[in-house]
Design a protein around this ligand. Structure first.
Ligand SMILES: [Zn+2]
Length: 434
């Protein structure tokens, strides 16, 4: 497929905005980016798609999702003030009420929401990794599915680890140019130290990407530093032993080898300057999830400090059980406003760079594009395309999403799946959960 997409603006992120710009796509890659007249002349055999009053940007990246939990949007509102109760209700619904097909439908509905919001790549933490892989494949998304692992009891560390390895082996059989399998030890309070060590060694030896939740809540901080609080009490009730390392979560993750594998860490709210320096030194990546963090009352991660320190940071929506939408542009706006409210000066252009996780539109780059309509009442007038993107637009303004040169969402329709069937099924699942 060879196509030229042209629009009033092209914002390559890696270069200055181009008015009346165009992007030429040849197969899975970008063949050229520039002023429309030049691109049309240079690629004369290509089909030309004129998108009109719109902005073409690189596809947005959602670094931290749990697509399988999409059926739990607005399901846990009453439990939000008690993170322990929140996690428990979620776990019961997930394991006792949802069938494997429910989980797949839930993940697919979430993948539809993602491409509708211009997201072309996700980092999805999943307990049912295979269902998430199928969901991403069916909708046409790029991503890494991180198979989750749980296990706070050190006596079961080896057994739990072996189960994880078996699941990852299965996921690898469906890997493709767009999809990769990874591992996700859930969090410091749900996975014991010996299991974290085994998983980190495996990630290192087999070159498997690792994502985990880190430094999210006050309860976690208390658990790791002092060995008390809601999570410690929960383990004590189950007669599971826990010796707190007595350091910050980030230092603890270094002790157990997790920082040796350049992990992707979600949240990182409770981090001091020493922790941030450690993250930078170890080339760890951070999924900044400001809306989920605010909604659950966990606090605000030091986004402006992340940017200053040069850490690789992207946005994550987290699950829609705690957000309640999967919308990276909205996340970017919220992150920028929250950082400024805290005294950090974050320019809109930086937020856009984070929203695309450093990807740009340039010759040879992957042809992952999102196209934002500029015809909304809420967007006009527009004097500066980047300001309009970050401060006046959201995922709901998308008109086209392209992944690896293939259109996956266009003019209100996700092209590869039957959204009406999914809609009926998601309502059915919600009635059951209720
Ligand atoms: Zn999460």
């Amino acid at each position: 497929m060879t196509t030229i997409y042209s629009a009033r603006w092209v914002v390559p992120v890696s270069a200055a905005p181009i008015e009346n710009g165009a992007v030429a796509v040849d197969g899975q890659r970008i063949a050229g980016v520039g002023p429309r007249a030049e691109i049309v002349e240079q690629f004369s055999g290509f089909k030309v798609e004129s998108l009109g009053d719109a902005i073409i940007i690189p596809g947005l990246v959602n670094l931290h999702t749990h697509l399988e939990l999409t059926a739990m949007r607005s399901y846990l509102e009453k439990e939000e003030t008690d993170f322990f109760a929140w996690l428990r209700k979620l776990t019961i619904a997930r394991h006792e009420l949802m069938t494997p097909d429910d989980v797949r439908v839930s993940a697919t509905w979430g993948a539809c929401e993602a491409v509708r919001a211009g997201i072309t790549c996700v980092g999805d933490a999943s307990d049912s990794g295979m269902m998430s892989m199928m969901a991403l494949r069916d909708v046409g998304l790029r991503g890494v599915v991180y198979q989750e692992s749980f296990g706070p009891d050190a006596r079961l560390a080896r057994e739990n680890f072996e189960k994880l390895v078996a699941k990852v082996k299965q996921l690898r059989t469906v890997e493709s140019e767009l999809l990769r399998a990874g591992v996700s030890p859930h969090a410091p309070y749900t996975v014991c130290g010996p299991q974290l060590e085994l998983i980190a060694e495996f990630a290192q030896s087999d070159g498997v990407p690792l994502m985990m939740h880190a430094a999210e809540s006050a309860a976690e901080d208390q658990f790791v530093r002092e060995g008390c609080g809601a999570f410690a009490e929960g383990l004590a009730r189950r007669a599971i032993e826990w010796k707190a390392p007595g350091v910050s979560t980030i230092q603890y993750l270094q002790q157990v080898g997790v920082l040796d594998v350049k992990p992707l860490l979600a949240h990182c709210i409770r981090v001091d300057d020493r922790d941030i320096e450690k993250l930078r030194e170890t080339e760890s990546k951070v999924a900044h999830c400001p809306k989920s963090n605010a909604k659950l009352g966990h606090g605000r991660a030091p986004f402006a400090r992340f940017l200053e320190s040069g850490i690789a940071v992207g946005f994550g929506s987290d699950s829609v059980a705690s957000n309640n939408t999967c919308d990276v542009l909205e996340e970017a706006r919220f992150a920028t406003l929250m950082a400024r409210a805290g005294g950090g000066l974050v320019p809109g252009a930086d937020a856009l760079r984070v929203a695309t996780f450093g990807r740009g539109l340039s010759e040879g780059a992957l042809a992952d594009l999102a196209v934002v309509s500029l015809t909304g009442v809420h967007q006009l007038p527009s004097y500066d395309p980047v300001a309009t993107l970050i401060f006046a637009s959201s995922g709901r303004d998308m008109i086209l999403t392209v992944v690896a040169g293939r259109e996956v969402y266009r003019d209100g329709r996700v092209l590869d799946v039957d959204e009406e069937r999914l809609r009926a099924r998601i309502i059915e699942i919600s009635e059951k959960l209720q």
